[in-house]
Design a protein around this ligand. Structure first.
Ligand SMILES: *[C@@H]1O[C@H](CO)[C@@H](O)[C@H](O)[C@H]1NC(C)=O
Ligand SMILES: *[C@@H]1O[C@H](CO)[C@@H](O)[C@H](O)[C@H]1NC(C)=O
Ligand SMILES: *[C@@H]1O[C@H](CO)[C@@H](O)[C@H](O)[C@H]1NC(C)=O
Ligand SMILES: *[C@@H]1O[C@H](CO)[C@@H](O)[C@H](O)[C@H]1NC(C)=O
Ligand SMILES: *[C@@H]1O[C@H](CO)[C@@H](O)[C@H](O)[C@H]1NC(C)=O
Ligand SMILES: *[C@@H]1O[C@H](CO)[C@@H](O)[C@H](O)[C@H]1NC(C)=O
Length: 556
């Protein structure tokens, strides 16, 4: 009984922390194009039903159409969250009477949960649950002018707040509902391909599919199946599409050498790095040492405290390659530094933004991942996500996995870069663009709160071990107490027997014997909560840090 009490209260305090982790942290820099005139681009409508085009606003937002209550609605594609919400009105929708508030770094989506007929990429659900947001005034961007009026979370169903809120399977998220109702489990996957604006050499069009593959890219199904790194069962609300890099050469830096970094995830094999595939992040979030290794040796690189990112000369070509399952995924140099944000050096000269940004607010305190591979990464891969046994109420018993087909050919990408950034003049190897020696690498400043986070992570990510250790301690303590009490009881019983023998009447003292052990157990319980104290203590602080300060400050 006591065990379950402690476990439950521990888990519930953990879960309240996790809802804070659900915050989405976007880039916090301004888009060059005026918001009133978004240059949106829609590829041609595919003839196949299961394939829908993906729109792109300035390489910063990717979205597609769904039909809800018979209405076309453009929603942002987000593999990093798990709920569907739309703003405005949906005709014929049914109010479930439950209300909900979802927090994102750009603002809060709050309203009632409704159900309505839903269609998406040739699939339909008769009564899909979604959050109808009536007030988006808290959003820092005008989402409609950015090309979308809602968001579809494509993450695992366990992360869905609507699923948590509604009983049974009625709250399952859209992709889960679709896969639940298909008879064959062999096609329980989605695929996604993102276009790159401002790249004359790219003929990649944005496409999203359910249960089929874009023609010409069938090879994605023969790529290595990268298994999803699972988080602990009690924290499955925080499960993402996360994969581990190859050992000791997960990321190849601009000098052609592997970037040295040791994962914070206790479960990750030595030498690997855990990355979450998240189309909701414009800028990939990487450990600070990785970001510094990518940009710190560039001549004239400058750390921007306001953008919390590196600034580099736009003509600087920077090579970065990721390795997964023995396959190399080169990142297009136009994705490693971006001219889309209109940033300038401190002297006022134009700069390009280093897109691989040090992870701060989105840092995983439970040590579940090291980096978040956002859009600037995902443009370089045709991404297939097989949901497997992550489908709630489904019959698929296979483990979920990801397959990535490389889309960037580095030779033609270098050529694109020369056309776009260097006016066609191949000066990429001129002395001004040579990397500084490793000894002269610049490092970006680590804030006090990051140091604290790193320390907290060390403790929090090891909670199963600490919990196990605490349990062992507790059991030892209880055993000791019982032993002590028994001894005392025996001693006292002997005494009492003596007394009784002497005084002829000691029956009432039996209750006194019984109270002994319980008093001891009570003591040991307070010892147990002391063991848990450090976690609870930091939980409270975390809530303040994330909910109140960091995340929203960044999106201002
Ligand atoms: C969504 O549908 C509208 C028509 O209702 C269309 O104009 C728009 O191009 C579509 N968006 C995408 C991304 O296909
Ligand atoms: C939704 O948009 C598609 C094109 O993207 C169009 O074919 C369809 O007719 C539209 N449906 C409605 C209800 O507007
Ligand atoms: C919308 O929400 C904001 C706060 O986020 C509030 O100030 C405003 O009054 C709300 N508007 C309506 C119409 O409810
Ligand atoms: C895209 O362009 C590459 C060359 O840049 C070419 O090899 C490939 O066939 C093209 N693919 C399509 C689908 O047009
Ligand atoms: C597809 O993959 C096979 C080997 O897996 C390879 O031989 C073939 O060239 C690939 N095709 C394309 C178009 O990439
Ligand atoms: C980047 O990689 C390409 C292809 O391997 C190579 O041609 C180019 O010289 C490299 N650039 C730098 C600056 O290392």
């Amino acid at each position: 009984m006591m065990h379950s009490f402690i476990t439950l209260s521990f888990v519930s305090s953990l879960c309240s922390t996790l809802s804070v982790f659900a915050l989405r942290i976007p880039f916090d820099v301004h888009i060059q194009t005026p918001a009133s005139n978004p240059t949106t681009h829609f590829p041609r409508q595919s003839s196949s039903n299961g394939i829908v085009p993906v729109g792109n606003t300035q390489n910063v937002f990717y979205y597609t159409n769904i039909t809800l209550g018979g209405q076309n609605i453009s929603v942002m594609l987000d593999t990093g969250s798990s709920d569907l919400w739309v703003a405005g009105q949906v005709s014929g929708a049914t109010d479930t009477g439950s209300s909900l508030k979802l927090s994102y770094a750009v603002g809060t989506a709050a309203g009632d949960i409704y159900t309505a007929p839903f269609e998406f990429a040739g699939q339909s659900v008769s009564d899909q649950a979604f959050l109808l947001v009536t007030n988006v005034s808290s959003f820092s961007t005008n989402i409609h002018s950015e090309g979308y009026d809602g968001l579809i979370g494509l993450g695992p169903n366990t992360g869905s707040s609507i699923y948590k809120k509604l009983d049974g399977n009625s709250g399952n998220n859209p992709i889960n509902r679709i896969f639940q109702q298909t008879s064959s489990s062999s096609n329980d996957y989605i695929t996604m391909m993102l276009s790159r604006k401002g790249d004359p050499g790219s003929n990649i069009t944005g496409q999203f599919t359910i249960g089929e593959v874009v023609s010409g890219f069938e090879n994605v199904t023969s790529m290595p199946q990268l298994s999803i790194e699972k988080v602990y069962k009690v924290t499955d609300v925080d499960q993402h599409w996360q994969i581990v890099t190859d050992k000791n050469n997960g990321i190849i830096g601009p000098d052609g050498q592997p970037i040295k970094y040791s994962s914070i995830a206790p479960k990750a094999p030595d030498g690997t790095i855990v990355g979450v595939l998240d189309s909701g992040f414009t800028l990939p979030q990487v450990p600070r040492t990785v970001s510094d290794a990518i940009y710190g040796r560039v001549q004239g690189a400058e750390w921007s405290a306001s953008s919390e990112a590196w600034l580099v000369p736009c003509g600087q070509l920077i090579n970065v390659t990721f390795n997964f399952g023995g396959v190399s995924y080169p990142i297009h140099p136009l994705d490693v530094s971006s001219s889309d944000f209109g940033v300038t050096f401190s002297n006022g000269n134009p700069a390009c933004l280093g897109t691989f940004q040090p992870v701060t607010s989105a840092f995983s305190l439970l040590g579940e991942y090291d980096m978040i591979l956002g859009m600037a990464f995902l443009r370089n891969t045709y991404t297939l996500i097989n949901y497997g046994n992550f489908i709630t109420g489904g019959s698929n018993s296979n483990n979920p996995y990801v397959q990535l087909l490389p889309l960037t050919n580095i030779e033609s990408a270098v050529n694109d870069f020369i056309q776009v950034r260097l006016n066609g003049q191949n000066t990429i190897n001129s002395p001004q663009y040579a990397l500084l020696p490793a000894s002269q690498q610049q490092h970006s400043p680590e804030s006090a709160s990051e140091k604290k986070q790193a320390y907290e992570e060390l403790v929090l990510s090891r909670w199963p071990y600490i919990l196990a250790g605490g349990m062992v301690f507790l059991i030892l303590l209880i055993s000791y107490c019982i032993w002590r009490c028994c001894c005392r009881r025996k001693r006292m019983a002997k005494k009492a027997a003596k007394k009784a023998a002497q005084q002829k009447g000691g029956a009432a003292s039996a209750g006194g014997f019984m109270s002994g052990p319980y008093a001891q157990l009570h003591d040991s319980q307070s010892t147990a909560s002391l063991v848990m104290q450090p976690m609870r203590g930091s939980t409270v602080k975390l809530e303040e840090d994330y909910g109140g300060k960091d995340a929203f400050a960044r999106s201002r």
